[in-house]
Design a protein around this ligand. Structure first.
Ligand SMILES: *[C@@H]1O[C@H](CO)[C@@H](O)[C@H](O)[C@H]1NC(C)=O
Ligand SMILES: *[C@@H]1O[C@H](CO)[C@@H](O)[C@H](O)[C@H]1NC(C)=O
Ligand SMILES: *[C@@H]1O[C@H](CO)[C@@H](O)[C@H](O)[C@H]1NC(C)=O
Ligand SMILES: *[C@@H]1O[C@H](CO)[C@@H](O)[C@H](O)[C@H]1NC(C)=O
Ligand SMILES: *[C@@H]1O[C@H](CO)[C@@H](O)[C@H](O)[C@H]1NC(C)=O
Length: 387
């Protein structure tokens, strides 16, 4: 029979595990950054250039100009509006002004991104997106939470990564959406299409919008859409400061990208900044095989740019986002890089910052590649506008 003294080391060992065990069990998510109300736009950078990335026919002005032109504002309901210019008659070969904003902070693995959206942009030529990107894009990953073009009514989610990450069909019952291409490093990314026809565009708006949420976790990336009348209690009762105890009432995600030997998520995704933008035409909305099936009757030229962007702005009366809030939760382990957290519950981590600088060699190598890719994209973009 063991004596009490021989058990003491065991008891000390168990006691030392206590804090660790309780951290693991408390699957609670606290608000690390809330964007809402009059301060919604405080911690976002505005693009300040024409679309030099995807060939779209837009200028995304800097912050002062975007606000002065009334393309981003807080409306009388206290919601943030982000829109395309619908008051200017644009003459060939000019572009139309729109809005693109990116959070100054980047949020590490363990974060959850939630957006309550009352209205989203739609219409021929319109290409809106709510998405995230790594600090070193594209090699630190991209998560497309809400994206589509023209008259789409079903949301297309995607991951974009450097080579090596793929998305095999998850186990039956693990996601409600429909599988698209599976190689996350190819142009389209590895996509999943929502099966619900109110997950995007005009139907989304007529249904009162809803909540999009994405969990960026070591165990994988999971994306949910809750139509306005199907928002779970945990989100209905959430405030700008309250924690969410568990995701159990969120149900099956629309898209599920579990970490596996096909793609270890933390290997391919570093801390992510959120991006909201509205593009026009460009590589996606303007591609003839995508544009023509929905929008061929839009104008005489059967081309995205001249039949939409050119001319009066009334074409874009519905080309706006209206957000009740965008909110980022952390799991107690997730880091926030850059900016300052309003709630201070997740301190900026010097540990993560130094892990970024230790990957500096890789980053410099890839900068050359990225610059080259951008140059090609810019040339393709100019070509697509001229034609
Ligand atoms: C579009 O934005 C640019 C850059 O801010 C500005 O110079 C231009 O006047 C704007 N165009 C319109 C029609 O407001
Ligand atoms: C949307 O889908 C529902 C069933 O899920 C169907 O009843 C309805 O007709 C569809 N609406 C449109 C506009 O396609
Ligand atoms: C522009 O669109 C908004 C809705 O986004 C609408 O309220 C406004 O009347 C439109 N402006 C013009 C000049 O049509
Ligand atoms: C905690 O964060 C670190 C650094 O981002 C990450 O490597 C690790 O996998 C995370 N652990 C959990 C349980 O989220
Ligand atoms: C595109 O514009 C952004 C914003 O001005 C700038 O930071 C970036 O360097 C530009 N990229 C290219 C390839 O010109």
């Amino acid at each position: 029979m063991p004596t009490t003294s021989s058990l003491l080391p065991v008891l000390f060992f168990l006691a030392s595990l206590g804090p660790l065990l309780s951290t693991v069990q408390a699957a609670s998510f606290s608000v690390v950054q809330d964007f809402s109300g009059s301060t919604f736009f405080d911690k976002w950078d505005f693009f300040g250039n024409y679309d030099n990335l995807t060939g779209g026919a837009v200028v995304w002005p800097d912050k002062a100009d975007t606000l002065a032109q009334g393309l981003a504002f807080i409306n009388s309901a206290g919601n943030a509006v982000i829109k395309v210019d619908n008051t200017t008659t644009v003459l060939y070969p000019n572009k139309r002004n729109s809005t693109r904003i990116t959070t100054q902070q980047a949020f590490g693995v363990g974060s959850i991104f939630v957006a309550d959206i009352v209205h989203m942009p739609y219409g021929c030529s319109v290409w809106p997106a709510f998405w995230t990107k790594g600090i070193n894009w594209p090699q630190d990953g991209e998560i497309d939470i809400l994206e589509g073009v023209n008259l789409d009514t079903q949301n297309q989610m995607a991951l974009h990564t450097r080579a090596g990450c793929s998305h095999p069909a998850p186990a039956s019952g693990a996601q409600t959406g429909t599988m698209g291409p599976t190689d996350c490093s190819q142009d389209a990314g590895c996509t999943v299409i929502d099966t619900r026809n109110n997950s995007f565009g005009q139907n989304f708006d007529q249904n009162g919008g809803g909540i999009y949420a994405a969990q960026f976790d070591t165990s994988g990336i999971f994306i949910w859409f809750f139509p306005r009348n199907q928002i779970p209690q945990s989100l209905l009762s959430a405030t700008s400061t309250s924690s969410i105890d568990s995701l159990t009432d969120w149900g099956t995600p629309a898209a599920s990208y579990p970490s596996s030997s096909s793609c270890d998520i933390p290997t391919y995704f570093d801390a992510q900044s959120l991006v909201i933008d509205i593009d026009l035409c460009g590589d996606f909305a303007g591609a003839s095989n995508i544009y023509l099936p929905q929008c061929a009757s839009q104008g005489p030229q059967k081309l995205c740019y001249p039949d939409n962007v050119i001319g009066p702005g009334s074409q874009y009366d519905n080309a706006y986002f209206e957000f009740k809030y965008v909110r980022v939760y952390g799991n107690g382990n997730s880091t926030v890089i850059g900016g300052t957290s309003t709630t201070g519950s997740a301190a900026t981590s010097s540990g993560t910052a130094s892990s970024h600088s230790s990957s500096g060699v890789r980053n410099i190598e890839s900068l050359w590649l990225v610059s080259w890719m951008w140059a090609v994209a810019a040339v393709m973009g100019m070509a697509s506008i001229l034609y």
